[in-house]
Design a protein around this ligand. Structure first.
Ligand SMILES: [Zn+2]
Length: 279
């Protein structure tokens, strides 16, 4: 039986419209409830500093810390940065995250999943091994602020990108690892919108593809999703249809993770554990 890699990834950014203490507390709660299930935490530099202690505890417990840019602001957009801009942002974010968490990030996911060829050349220069900012063949592009039309034609699974484009196969030493999707992305927003039954079916379809092709399954949720929303007006329209009960959201994510582990060939692993197997 060939192992199917399962990469659960959490984006850790500060959501100013959500309760800040709860955004910190949930990191410790997840560490306990995950019971050693290895997860990759993509942190902005600002979040790494603000939640430094719970993130250090996660790193010490065997989890992986990744880079999610500087501060997730509008300017922190990796699609349109110059070579110098991307280099500076990656250098500063890497240093701040490593200092705050005790672990130097080796994997990157741009805020709102933004990336570019300049970003990837900066990532390579700073020792990164993978960019998780692509979601190939995702159809709901309007609900993702950083989405690229080119995602529709990007290779699925993990691939080496071209020098000219992160969305084509090529010779760069870095890996692109897609967020899984089958028209819709495999992330928690879909879980809150369509429910656990739908996500189990989506997982089974991705599992069938993974068994056939050797591709990894990559799931995404955000740590702030379990903190209370302070300002309803700021919420994007599509998110108003989500299940709003924070406890229910938390339980649904754990239930989905448990369900995915019931297949004996599914092996949960961090991003770096997966990349070591690709060499
Ligand atoms: Zn984010």
């Amino acid at each position: 039986m060939v192992a199917v890699p399962l990469l659960v990834t959490v984006d850790v950014e500060i959501a100013p419209d959500h309760d800040l203490d709860e955004q910190s507390e949930v990191l410790d709660r997840l560490r306990k409830d995950l019971h050693g299930f290895p997860v990759t935490w993509f942190c902005t530099a600002v979040a790494a500093e603000k939640f430094s202690e719970p993130l250090q505890r996660l790193a010490q417990a065997g989890h992986e810390i990744g880079c999610h840019g500087l501060d997730h602001s509008r300017a922190d957009d990796y699609r349109h940065m110059t070579v110098a801009g991307a280099n500076s942002a990656i250098a500063i974010a890497t240093h701040r995250i490593a200092t705050a968490t005790g672990q130097r990030p080796r994997c990157f996911r741009g805020p709102r999943m933004t990336t570019s060829r300049h970003t990837q050349s900066a990532l390579i220069a700073h020792g990164y091994q993978a960019d998780f900012s692509v979601c190939a063949q995702r159809m709901d592009l309007l609900t993702c602020g950083g989405a690229e039309m080119l995602w529709l034609f990007a290779p699925r699974g993990a691939y080496h990108p071209a020098v000219e484009s992160p969305f084509r196969r090529g010779e760069l030493p870095i890996w692109v690892v897609n967020l899984s999707s089958l028209g819709v992305p495999f992330l928690s927003g879909m879980l809150y919108l369509a429910g656990l039954g739908f996500m189990r079916s989506l997982f089974l379809a991705l599992l069938a593809e993974a068994r056939r092709t050797g591709r990894p399954i990559v799931y995404l949720f955000h740590s702030y999703e379990f903190a209370h929303l302070l300002d309803q007006c700021q919420q994007p329209l599509h998110q108003r249809a989500y299940i709003s009960n924070r406890v229910r959201r938390y339980d649904m994510n754990l239930a989905l993770l448990n369900y995915m582990c019931t297949s004996p060939d599914v092996h949960p692993m961090t991003a770096s554990m997966f990349l070591e197997k690709q060499q």
